[in-house]
Design a protein around this ligand. Structure first.
Ligand SMILES: NC(=O)c1ccc[n+]([C@@H]2O[C@H](COP(=O)([O-])OP(=O)(O)OC[C@H]3O[C@@H](n4cnc5c(N)ncnc54)[C@H](OP(=O)(O)O)[C@@H]3O)[C@@H](O)[C@H]2O)c1
Length: 340
């Protein structure tokens, strides 16, 4: 018997996440019957490949979703707010990469390694939100530790790559490297300051409490996915001159003690994580090696001697893949397997 196939649309197909989403659907052999690519009107008519065949990119409009069963959105907040409810109304299940719906109590926010059961809540509104990339990478490592010892407080500093700002972020860092080598002045537009030879402690806009929206996403989304409002997350998010993969220095305080040895044991048994922790041999996770991978790497696991029941670790993951495209496709796989 042939397996069931689905009509799939990728909205934002020409973007950094959208293009990768197409590649991940191919790599994982997702059962696609019909594939549609959509983008802003300016990219309509562009031809892109799906499994070697040409697909013409169409402008995403309210009329584009008839017959679509799964719509993967990665076009930014405004197109998601405008079109995701229309796509859901037309019968598609939307998996949305923007922050537009993440904190809506009727919309599930899902990392398959963390809270796969929440996918069922898509029935309320026909939309599932893909979490913030930095939060996904941290939570894949945090979940097994939380299940064992109950995390109460997290202090995290992120080192986020240029591609977190999309195709224009990648292009700008590469151009700055070329211009610097050629002795030319560096142009700045995608980021607030020059990123090449620099880092910028400012991602997204500032909120009233002095934290950025990106930092508050880590707090709010962690609580929502772990179903635990007692967890406090204190984040500092920093853009660094790396092309792909986000790194995070994480300190957790837990209800009961968790030794580094126990943490290694738990992480080795957890899905989506690999322990890479032989620091004396120079073995620890780095963005150069995590880029292009679907799993998150954890290392530098050590007891925090400055507080009781406290542990430090370092986690690195490809935020375009696990932080966006792969996570969305994994959600689609759960939908296809269990719900549609
Ligand atoms: N980059 C990351 O690491 C990352 C991680 C997690 C989540 N996300 C989220 O994923 C989304 C896409 O991010 P990205 O990094 O891929 O950005 P990007 O490279 O700038 O791509 C944006 C895509 O959206 C399309 N688009 C823009 N306006 C549109 C409209 N009105 N209707 C339909 N399509 C439209 C663009 O089409 P044109 O090419 O025609 O402009 C492009 O295909 C954002 O919501 C972002 O927050 C990104």
């Amino acid at each position: 018997m042939s397996r069931k196939e689905f009509s799939v649309a990728v909205v934002g197909a020409t973007g950094a996440v959208g293009e990768l989403m197409i590649r991940v659907l191919e790599e994982r052999n997702f059962p696609v019957g019909e594939m549609r690519y959509m983008a802003a009107p300016g990219e309509a008519g562009k031809v892109m490949k799906w499994k070697g065949e040409d697909v013409v990119v169409q402008a995403a409009t309210p009329d584009s979703f008839k017959g679509v069963q799964i719509a993967l959105f990665s076009a930014g907040g405004k197109p998601s707010l405008d079109l995701a409810p229309v796509a859901a109304e037309a019968g598609a299940v939307v998996i949305d990469n923007s922050s537009a719906f993440r904190m809506d109590p009727e919309i599930p926010l899902v990392v398959p390694e963390v809270n796969p059961g929440d996918v069922a809540l898509y029935r309320h509104r026909g939309i599932i939100a893909n979490p913030n990339c930095t939060t996904i990478i941290m939570l894949v490592a945090l979940k097994p530790l939380h299940d064992f010892a109950r995390v109460r407080r997290v202090v995290v500093s992120s080192y986020q790559s240029a591609s977190g700002a999309g195709a224009k972020g990648i292009a700008e860092l590469e151009q700055q490297a070329r211009d610097w080598s050629a002795g030319k002045p560096l142009e700045v537009s995608a980021f607030r300051h020059q990123l090449f030879f620099n880092l910028i402690p400012h991602i997204d806009s500032f909120t009233e409490n002095g934290f950025t929206k990106e930092e508050m996403k880590m707090h709010n989304e962690t609580r929502k996915m772990l179903h635990d409002d007692r967890i406090m997350v204190n984040a500092t998010c920093v853009r660094v001159a790396v092309l792909t993969a986000h790194s995070e220095s994480v300190t957790i305080e837990t209800e009961k003690e968790i030794t580094p040895g126990k943490a290694v044991e738990l992480l080795k048994a957890a899905p989506g994580v690999e322990v890479m922790d032989e620091p004396e041999k120079g073995v620890y996770p780095m963005p150069l090696f995590a880029a292009g991978q679907d799993i998150c790497y954890v290392g530098r696991i050590r007891k925090d001697f400055s507080a009781p029941n406290s542990l430090n670790f370092w986690v690195v993951g490809d935020q375009l893949r696990k932080g966006a495209a792969t996570n969305a496709v994994q959600i689609a796989e759960i939908l296809a397997r269990d719900y549609l």
